[in-house]
Design a binder for this molecule. Structure first.
Ligand code: HEC
Length: 241
């Protein structure tokens, strides 16, 4: 039995070992109740990302309602191109154009925080580094050889890779450090990326905000249902002895 246990434990070692190598994600600290952050994230998303990416199930006016954006602000700050409030938030670029320019289509981002995780998206957006061998002159620690250019590079400033040193293994980029200053301070940039990630997390499951409100009504309804069911039961059984 002990041998079996030892064999089992040993068999797990490589798995645990691998889980610890590779780039680490940083906590995005998302908070879906932070409406100001969600609004900022939406603003950044429509101005910096929607040229290439869509949120294909989200309508502008639904987003505005969920995030407390009034109609005038929605029209002034959020609508992309000639979109109308009732339109879906689809990208400005056509999918086949994106494929022509980047070699891959820029994916719809509705579920990105779910298939990756909010922390991954947050870290990814902060992990671009200069790499002259790549078509856009940049690469990414979290997504090696990524086809997306560093669209936030001017705000963040350029970064260089921190390479790994593991005996026998080819060095890989495992972190970044600053190379040039951007137009935002590091703290401002972190907040911006956090707001963007917060917004994308909301967009992945907009009903989360609604579910909490709905939950209360469901409980009240169940309460009433119980009382009626109880009274009904008493009524049915009152003559049975
Ligand atoms: C110029 C076009 C372009 C812009 C603008 C752009 N992206 Fe991208 N993005 C791409 C392409 C192309 C890919 C696919 C990369 C690949 O598969 O190699 C991508 C991939 C991604 C991914 C990874 C998806 C995955 O496969 O897991 C995320 C996250 C992402 N983009 C977020 C953003 C955010 C947030 C913004 C705005 C700040 C943004 N992108 C702006 C073109 C763009």
């Amino acid at each position: 039995m002990n041998k079996l246990l030892a064999a089992f434990t040993l068999a797990l070692v490589p798995v645990l070992g691998f889980a610890n190598t590779g780039p680490q994600t940083q906590p995005a600290n998302i908070d879906l109740k932070d409406q100001a952050s969600l609004q900022n994230g939406a603003k950044y998303f429509t101005s910096y990302c929607m040229g290439c990416h869509s949120l294909q199930y989200m309508r502008y006016n639904r987003m505005a309602k969920d995030l407390g954006i009034d109609d005038a602000s929605l029209r002034k700050y959020f609508l992309v191109g000639d979109a109308k409030p009732g339109d879906l938030m689809t990208r400005a670029m056509r999918v086949d154009d994106a494929e022509k320019w980047f070699g891959v289509p820029s994916p719809d981002l509705t579920l990105v925080t779910r298939w990756r995780s909010p922390d991954w998206v947050y870290t990814y957006l902060k992990s671009y580094y200069v790499d002259p061998t790549r078509p856009w002159g940049v690469n990414n620690v979290m997504f090696p050889n990524v086809a997306m250019p560093n669209v936030l590079g001017d705000l963040q400033g350029q970064q260089k890779a921190v390479m790994s040193h593991h005996a026998g293994a080819t060095p890989v980029a495992e972190g970044v450090k600053p190379l040039t200053a951007g137009t935002l301070s590091p703290a401002q940039f972190d907040t911006m990326v956090r707001d963007l990630t917060n917004f994308l997390t909301y967009a992945g499951e907009p009903v989360q905000l609604e579910r909490q409100r709905l939950g209360v009504w469901v409980l009240i309804f169940l309460g009433f249902l119980f009382i009626f069911a109880y009274l009904l039961k008493k009524e049915f059984w009152k003559d049975v002895h």
